[in-house]
Design a protein around this ligand. Structure first.
Ligand SMILES: [Zn+2]
Length: 350
């Protein structure tokens, strides 16, 4: 029978006493101390994985532990244990650095693939089953909050221009056949928004909002190119998908770090920011390409979108890390994408 000399630490104590570890006759293991013998059945202890030449440790479920430097004797003892605790497997990995490195690489590759394809696929699926009633509720809540905080105020665009743009909007929806198979409720809204400046955004319900500044800066045709970009956000459910994807990333990073407080918050915010900007830049490019194709199919120049984007970006200073951190791609990247998205004569719908 194997008997191993070592030290015993009672629960919560840093003082140790001499102890002898061996298999108990009645099964399990026994720890012989000066004044008593403790017996533990196999489910009441855990063997810590082997770490190089450091002392071997057995942890007992009452919080006490046994430690020994007699590594060879412990190895023989361990090999005779009936149940191999899961962590023995960790020890094997630690001994075999190639396996350990390969495991780390495999986990990394899995995370990257899950981030690139898994989360977007889940988001696309979930967005597909969100009912229009919920989309309307989310959109109304957003508008209510933006109005309450005075980010959005009543529009000062005259009714004649609004009527013209409404006609342009609903003609484009008719022409594109949008909402024929879906239940989006398309609606065009105008708001005065000095804080936002020249901009437009789409709500998941199908409501598209233009700021007065943007309407005043663009021609009707340039507005059409932006409407088509926003219609793409609605049709492809970019808003809800972003929401799901970004929440997914935050949940995963919080789980990985194991704590969402203090320093971890700072550590987790950068990857979250990078992931969010990656996802939203992808959606912006997708919406631009969609607008380009629709413009061409309706007999307009796709360059109208490029002109509108230049107006939107006017006065904006592009920062060195903009491509990496911004929610929108740089103007240069968007103009290059427009060139790429132009349809050839043979691809045009007749
Ligand atoms: Zn957009």
């Amino acid at each position: 029978m194997t008997a191993i000399n070592g030290k015993f630490f009672a629960s919560g104590s840093s003082d140790s006493c001499l102890a002898i570890l061996s298999f108990a006759e009645e099964g399990g293991i026994s720890v012989e101390l000066e004044d008593r013998i403790q017996v533990y059945s196999e489910s009441y202890f855990e063997v810590e994985p082997e770490l190089g030449r450091t002392p071997r440790i057995i942890r007992f479920n009452d919080g006490s532990l046994f430690e020994t430097t007699d590594l060879d004797a412990f190895k023989s003892f361990e090999s005779q244990l009936k149940h191999k605790p899961f962590i023995a497997w960790v020890g094997l990995l630690e001994r075999n650095w190639r396996t350990a490195t390969a495991s780390v690489v495999a986990v990394g590759v899995f995370c990257v693939l899950f981030f690139m394809y898994g989360i977007p696929a889940i988001a696309m699926h979930v967005a597909g089953v969100v009912p229009q009633s919920l989309r309307v509720k989310m959109s109304e809540d957003t508008m209510r909050l933006m109005s309450k905080t005075k980010v959005l105020e009543a529009s000062e665009i005259d009714s004649e221009r609004r009527d013209t743009l409404e006609k342009v909007f609903f003609d484009a929806i008719e022409e594109g056949g949008f909402s024929r198979d879906t239940d989006f409720e398309y609606k065009l809204s105008f708001r005065n928004a000095p804080f936002i400046g020249k901009n437009a955004f789409a709500l998941p319900s199908g409501e598209i909002v233009f700021t007065d500044d943007l309407v005043e800066a663009c021609s009707d045709e340039q507005i059409l190119s932006i409407m088509l970009h926003e219609i793409a956000h609605v049709e492809l459910q970019h808003g809800i998908r972003s929401l799901i994807q970004n929440s997914g990333i935050i949940i995963i990073i919080t789980l990985a770090i194991g704590d969402a407080n203090g320093v971890s918050n700072l550590v987790s915010s950068l990857p979250t920011l990078l992931a969010e900007s990656h996802y939203s830049q992808k959606f912006e490019i997708e919406a631009d390409s969609f607008s380009c194709r629709q413009l061409q199919n309706s007999g307009y120049s796709p360059d109208l979108l490029g002109d509108s984007l230049k107006i939107l970006h006017e006065g904006a200073i592009e920062m060195p890390l903009e491509d990496l951190l911004s929610t929108h791609p740089s103007l240069k990247a968007r103009l290059a994408n427009i060139e790429k998205s132009k349809l050839s004569r043979s691809e045009l719908r007749n």
